[in-house]
Design a protein. Structure first.
Length: 276
């Protein structure tokens, strides 16, 4: 009777196979992770393109003027918006929520999904026009361009209107409606990871998705944004400061009012403004 050959693996062979698989996994898993993030980044940029188209349609319908800081006023009742607009005190919360920037451009997007970045693990649940917090929002509007008309924009191809925001920073949850570069929001997060901006979310492998005033969307690094007086909006802040109660609250040279973290400086103070 013939002897059947033994096809069993030896312990050494099994260990070699396991070692090879472990090495392959260590090589491939980061590649797969990066590929997934690239896909999420592409989806976020697609959101940016849709938001930019909605922005263009909105501006076209409103005499080339950008949405404004709705309802904002100081203790004396003076508007802190460039437009001078203040929503009537008789407005209900529902009426006021209808003027939030995302609700103003919602009719042009036809979908709340474009306000959510797939890489954002905790988007801010924001109110819709019925004051129901059912819009997961991953983006924030830039105060520097608030209320301006197209003719007032110095460099529309480099002016950020909407940008990714973080879910949290070193201070806590980022639920803000507006990003303020003069209060350190584009600066590196002083109390946390210095490769991250304070509120603007450069979450895509160091890149932030930005919607520009001229109607296109693009990703930028923190360094590219912080080195540009146009992208930070500082040129606009210099040319069109906002005042209330006799004090300038949106200027290029005031100290940052980021009281929770005063080490986030007014980034606009570092630029030169001659000839603007």
């Amino acid at each position: 009777m013939p002897v059947r050959p033994n096809h069993a693996f030896t312990l050494i062979e099994l260990l070699v196979v396991i070692a090879i698989l472990t090495i392959l996994a260590a090589i491939l898993f980061p590649v797969f992770s990066q590929a997934r993030e690239k896909a999420r980044q592409a989806a976020c940029l697609s959101n940016g393109h849709q938001l930019s188209m909605a922005l263009q349609m909105y501006v076209g319908d409103y005499d080339e003027q950008l949405f404004f800081d709705a309802g904002a006023a100081d203790a004396s009742g003076n508007s802190v918006s460039r437009t001078g607009a203040i929503l009537p005190s008789t407005f209900t919360s529902v009426q006021k929520d209808a003027f939030k920037w995302w609700n103003l451009i919602m009719p042009y997007t036809k979908s709340m999904n474009v306000f959510t970045c797939p890489s954002d693990t905790a988007p801010t649940m924001s109110p819709d026009i019925n004051a129901v917090a059912d819009i997961p929002r991953s983006y924030i509007a830039c105060r520097a361009a608030e209320g301006l008309r197209l003719s007032q924009i110095i460099n529309p191809t480099q002016t950020i209107v909407i940008v990714d925001k973080w879910a949290t920073d070193s201070v806590g949850a980022v639920t803000d409606t507006w990003l303020e570069s003069f209060n350190g929001d584009f600066d590196p997060d002083y109390g946390g990871d210095r490769t991250r901006m304070f509120k603007a979310g450069n979450r895509h492998q160091g890149l932030a998705t930005c919607v520009l005033f001229d109607g296109h969307a693009k990703t930028f690094t923190m360094g590219a944004i912080d080195q540009s007086a146009d992208m930070t909006g500082c040129n606009l802040i210099y040319k069109y400061p906002v005042q209330y109660s006799g004090d300038q609250v949106m200027t290029y040279n005031q100290p940052s009012s980021q009281s929770a973290n005063p080490n986030e400086p007014n980034i606009c103070a570092g630029f030169s403004y001659s000839g603007i």
